[in-house]
Ligand binder design. Sequence first.
Ligand SMILES: [Zn+2]
Length: 81
Amino acid sequence: MGAFSIRGQHGRFYITRDGDDVAGPYWSKDSADVAQDRLERKAKERERKCITCTEAFLSEGPHNRMCNGCRSRISDDGVAV
Ligand SMILES: [Zn+2]
């Protein structure tokens, strides 16, 4: 899967990925830019297994390896398991 890009056609803007339109039309380049940003951020999120409880959760990226439950438990005790 490649990166998202924006193509303009007849004064409208579409977001494409691997040659397919994935969103649009947008009426301005600015709105298309904002939507592209959101899509890129969402594409980086993926399901990972929590390193602590091994439950699947939606990770924001490689730095994010612990589910919300474990993260809040750890900040409560102040001890990393
Ligand atoms: Zn966990």
